[in-house]
Design a protein around this ligand. Structure first.
Ligand code: NAD
Length: 287
């Protein structure tokens, strides 16, 4: 990052992707008084992202947080990465390597040469994604949790070529957003998903094999293990497409058959039952 940016701190951030994660990231950046440009591929997707931010921030404002109006006042939207000044770009598009590489190359072309580019990937190696840019030393993983405004963790993942200054600036940004950064090394799934996703995948195997109903599987983990959400409800919240992609990346990257995605998970994704975001996953959701 440039010396100027380091002295001033960050002012302007471009967030690409206005889905559940991108909108949440835009929201916490705006609440921390950063100017935000939120980018997605269609007006309707951007409008949906803004509506989600408004609903979520209105609830937080009731508990003493910044008003939804103030947060929305910090956010502009665009259907392409804008040219020009931004201190950081955060990529939060679909968990698909080709899609991410295209967006990262676009950020690299359009952002100033000293700007940090962060990816919110759940599992794709940071070192590999850094090669979609010409600035691997300024490239880093910034893995927020869902729902972004509620959960304090950000995993900060350094690629092999990430500079110390980039790590420091990213940790500082995460703290400014009110988050607690935890450093992880660059292995598929990092820390969180390496541990969480095999559990979710195993819950889907248990469902497929008829060990229990979805409700029974979730109840056992909630009541018996004190998990706030059962694994199948959590999978519906995360998005079954994201869960499947993460398992595929870990299966390929770690080469161990224990990471093979459950066929039932694949079938649900093929059916378009992606969880809450499509109204149906392991459970059905009213609009
Ligand atoms: P989502 O499906 O809700 O949103 C993805 C958004 O990206 C969509 O709005 C889509 O239109 C947009 N998009 C796709 N290609 C684009 C492009 N070329 N340019 C601009 N926008 C584009 O998915 P999500 O749950 O928000 O996940 C986004 C990322 O965050 C993924 O990498 C995922 O692995 C990661 N992540 C997800 C969770 C979770 O719990 N869902 C948690 C941590 C990290």
């Amino acid at each position: 990052m440039s010396a100027g940016t380091r002295e001033r701190g960050m002012n302007r951030v471009v967030v690409v992707g206005a889905g559940q994660m991108g909108s949440g990231i835009a929201q916490v950046c705006a609440a921390a008084e950063l100017e935000v440009v939120m980018v997605d591929v269609g007006e309707e997707l951007l409008a949906r992202g803004l509506a989600a931010i408004e609903r979520s921030q209105a609830r937080l404002a009731e508990k003493g947080g910044v008003s939804a109006e103030d947060v929305l006042g910090q956010i502009t939207t665009s259907q392409a990465v804008p040219d020009g000044a931004a201190d950081c770009g955060i990529e939060a598009v679909t968990e698909d390597e080709a899609a991410k590489r295209a967006v990262l190359a676009e950020l690299d072309d359009r952002l100033p040469s000293g700007a940090i580019i962060a990816t919110n990937t759940s599992s794709i190696p940071i070192t590999r994604l850094s090669q979609a840019t010409r600035r691997p030393e300024l490239f880093i993983g910034m893995h927020f949790m869902n729902p972004v405004p509620m959960l304090p963790l950000v995993e900060v993942i350094r690629g092999l070529r990430t500079s110390d200054a980039t790590v420091e600036a990213t940790i500082k940004l995460a703290k400014r957003l009110g988050k607690t950064p935890v450093e992880a090394n660059d292995f598929p799934g990092f820390i969180g998903n390496r541990i969480l996703m095999p559990m979710i995948n195993e819950a889907v195997f248990a469902l497929m094999e008829g060990v229990g109903t979805a409700a029974a599987i979730d109840e056992v983990m909630k009541l018996g293990m004190r998990h706030p959400l059962g694994p199948l409800s959590l999978a519906d919240l995360i998005g079954l497409d994201t869960c499947l992609s993460v398992m595929e990346v870990m299966h390929e990257g770690l080469g161990d058959p224990k990471y093979r995605p459950c066929p039932l998970l694949r079938q649900y994704v093929e059916a378009g039952w992606l969880g809450r975001k499509t109204g149906r996953g392991f459970y059905e959701y009213a609009e």
